[in-house]
Design a protein around this ligand. Structure first.
Ligand code: ZN
Length: 201
């Protein structure tokens, strides 16, 4: 066991920061030190923002996204096409699609992807809610906007099977050459997907 070098309050701060994605113990120590050094312009505002988030941000019971109102702003929006649900793994993916302003449907946030090795089965994701939405209401198409990773694609495969009995159209994002991409830089998997998903002009 490593020797404790700081008081329990600072150790606790470091341990909590180390749980954040992308931060190991070393980065967590640096982050904690930066927070403690910059008390007025960083530590105090951050602690207030965290307290506000705890108090006000809730998970939407319909789509699983995070917002200060329940159901969320998107689920309440009358201008959204309720016949289309775009399924994403995480909130960050929803934000990316909203920034691109390419979706006028509603969303469904799974909260991750299936990963049997990490013990993440269907019951750990927001899948039951999606099946309920698909089986009832006006839904006609479900777009699986999942990551083009092994886990993302196996999650898409699982969802496609689960959604089949509902009769709803299930589609997924195209895979292939990114906008502005040069063929010479692409890996074989991307090139193969692009050839397979080719379109007649
Ligand atoms: Zn919602």
């Amino acid at each position: 066991m490593s020797k404790k070098i700081a008081g329990p309050e600072i150790e606790r701060l470091i341990q909590l920061l180390a749980r954040l994605p992308g931060l190991g113990p070393r980065s967590a120590r640096k982050a904690a030190l930066a927070l403690l050094k910059r008390r007025e312009d960083l530590l105090v505002p951050l602690s207030e923002a965290l307290a506000t988030a705890v108090r006000t941000i809730v998970m939407c019971p319909v789509c699983g996204s995070l917002d200060t109102v329940s159901p969320c702003t998107i689920c309440r929006d009358e201008r959204r096409d309720r016949e289309v649900i775009v399924v994403v793994e995480e909130m960050a993916d929803l934000w990316a699609l909203e920034r691109a302003a390419v979706v006028n449907g509603t969303y469904h946030v799974l909260g991750g992807h299936l990963s049997p090795l990490d013990g993440i089965g269907p019951e750990r994701l927001n899948i039951a809610g999606l099946l309920d939405r698909a089986a009832s209401g006006p839904v006609k198409e479900i777009i699986l906007a999942l990551n083009a990773t092994v886990e993302g694609q196996s999650t898409a495969h699982y969802l496609t099977e689960q959604l089949a009995p509902t009769g709803v159209i299930v589609s997924r994002l195209a895979q292939g050459v990114p906008i502005g991409g040069e063929l010479d830089y692409l890996d074989e998997g991307t090139l193969a997907a692009a050839i397979k998903a080719r379109k007649r002009i």
